[in-house]
Design a protein around this ligand. Structure first.
Ligand code: ADP
Ligand code: MG
Ligand code: MG
Length: 201
């Protein structure tokens, strides 16, 4: 990838904002089936808040930018997904920064995903965004290509259709949560896919 650093961060922010804006209605519709119908609105609010600060964020190092974006999401998303996505980015950024570049991205991501799981008290198979994050991490570890990571994220999100929700609002539905794609898993797959496509170019 041969783009200037600031353009990379700015471009990623723009791509993420766009995919969430374009899919906000769909994400809220998924959340209407097993939650309170606001996941698309929540995520759009968050990405708009990040987008509003893109010029400042683009001047930061990547670890610092990830941390700052995470803080903005925690403050702006509102809803369970905010602190979880926030933790993911804040921890990835802190791990990358704290190790003086000695840590591999895959390892930083792993520690961040562990922090998300701890924060949400969620495990694989609980029908949450973690059911996309774990498989994506596994693909990163085995150094799969970006196109493959993107496919795996979409596949993982669709697999939440058959899962019974154990965490978050959807868990109140018990068995009735089966037969619906998890909104957080879907937003996570959309974001992973758009990031992979952006990095591919
Ligand atoms: P809220 O449920 O507060 O309205 P959102 O609708 O924005 O928040 O986000 C819901 C998504 O957050 C779910 O689809 C799920 O993927 C994720 N989620 C909710 N609770 C948890 C949890 N405890 N651990 C992991 N992910 C969770
Ligand atoms: Mg909701
Ligand atoms: Mg809500």
């Amino acid at each position: 990838v041969v783009v200037a650093h600031a353009a990379l961060i700015g471009g990623l922010i723009e791509a993420c904002r766009e995919v969430i804006a374009a899919n906000a209605d769909h994400l809220s519709e998924l959340d209407r089936a097993i939650g309170d119908g606001d996941h698309g609105t929540n995520m759009r609010r968050g990405l708009e808040a990040v987008y509003a600060e893109r010029n400042r964020l683009a001047e930061l190092t990547l670890p610092k930018a990830l941390e700052e974006i995470g803080l903005i999401l925690v403050m702006s998303v509102g809803g369970a997904a905010g602190p979880l996505y926030g933790t993911l980015l804040i921890e990835t950024g802190r791990q990358l920064a704290g190790s003086n570049g000695q840590i591999e991205f895959a390892r930083a991501l792993e520690l961040a995903i562990t922090a998300v799981a701890r924060r949400g008290r969620a495990s694989p198979g609980d029908k949450t965004l973690l059911d996309v994050l774990y498989p994506v991490h596994a693909e990163v570890v085995r150094r799969a290509g970006l196109a493959h990571i993107c496919e795996e994220a979409e596949r993982a999100a669709s697999l939440t259709f058959g899962m019974r929700a154990m965490r978050g609002r959807a868990a109140f539905l018990g068995d009735r949560s089966v037969g619906h794609v998890d909104p957080g898993a879907k937003s996570c797959a959309l974001l992973t896919a758009v990031i992979c496509r952006f990095l591919e170019e």
